[in-house]
Design a protein around this ligand. Structure first.
Ligand code: NI
Length: 250
């Protein structure tokens, strides 16, 4: 069986809450049969658990987002460790210096602590990195001992090659479908499909032809179809490989 997987989405956000069943129907209608929902705090996790009771095709990934790490304490880390058996992966974790580098040390410390928890439990990790390419790379290379996916990859081809050398997966979002997204397109063309994932990161980064509207997990289909066309392979061939990749990663 062949279908799309959205490897990174925020379908647990408030904007989806009142019409959640309709969004899940849209996903089915677009052959998006698995969606990995990112939880950034306890409230997210508790709500997403409830969603999963009705929709077992939702996977749960949990981790503390770099810009939220300021107030984290030991108790939060213990919580992550306590729920580790029910989650697919630890994420999205990483570094984000886009708005400020002021808390870079704090971000790094919390990033490393979460990687170490993942290491202890053999859990894969999902990485968020923005305006922090070198620090992210250095920390991962030194500390990561489980499987890694670089979520919404938006760095240079050189960085992508370094991550590929380490055996990491590269995840592409709707940005590749944007007309002016030269580097993401080139990266998607170069990245072997054996190391690729696709995602929506919804509600952001809506792919063409819905660019400008709110994103949703069903739209991963458009990113997938675009990449299949870009690489000159069939949709089914790409889907089969992406299913294998996701299964090998988690
Ligand atoms: Ni995200």
């Amino acid at each position: 069986m062949s279908y799309w997987i959205d490897t990174h989405c925020h379908m647990n956000e408030d904007v989806y809450r009142s019409d959640f069943d309709l969004y899940m129907q849209a996903a089915r209608d677009n052959n998006v049969l698995r969606s990995n929902v990112i939880c950034m705090n306890r409230a997210d996790l508790e709500y997403t658990r409830e969603l999963k009771k009705k929709y077992p095709n939702l996977d749960i990934t949990f981790g503390y987002f770099p810009e939220d790490t300021e107030h984290l304490n030991d108790e939060d880390m213990n919580y992550l460790e306590a729920v580790i058996d029910e989650i697919q992966a630890v994420g999205e974790i990483g570094l984000d210096y886009y708005y400020s580098r002021e808390d870079a040390d704090r971000q790094k410390e919390m990033f490393i602590r979460q990687i170490e928890i993942a290491n202890r439990h053999g859990k894969p990790i999902m990485i968020h990195s923005r305006s922090a390419a070198q620090d992210t790379f250095d920390i991962l290379k030194k500390h990561a001992r489980t499987k890694v996916v670089m979520h919404c990859f938006s760095e240079s081809a050189e960085m992508m090659r370094e991550y590929l050398k380490l055996g990491y997966y590269i995840s592409f979002a709707g940005v590749v479908t944007f007309k002016n997204a030269k580097t993401p397109k080139e990266n998607a063309l170069e990245c072997p499909i054996e190391r690729m994932m696709i995602e929506t990161d919804c509600p952001y980064l809506t792919p063409v032809p819905f660019r400008g509207k709110m994103n949703q997990t069903a739209y991963v289909r458009h990113t997938g179809e675009y990449i299949a066309q870009l690489k000159g392979i069939s949709v089914e061939q790409l889907q089969q490989q992406l299913i294998r990749n996701y299964d090998e990663w988690r």
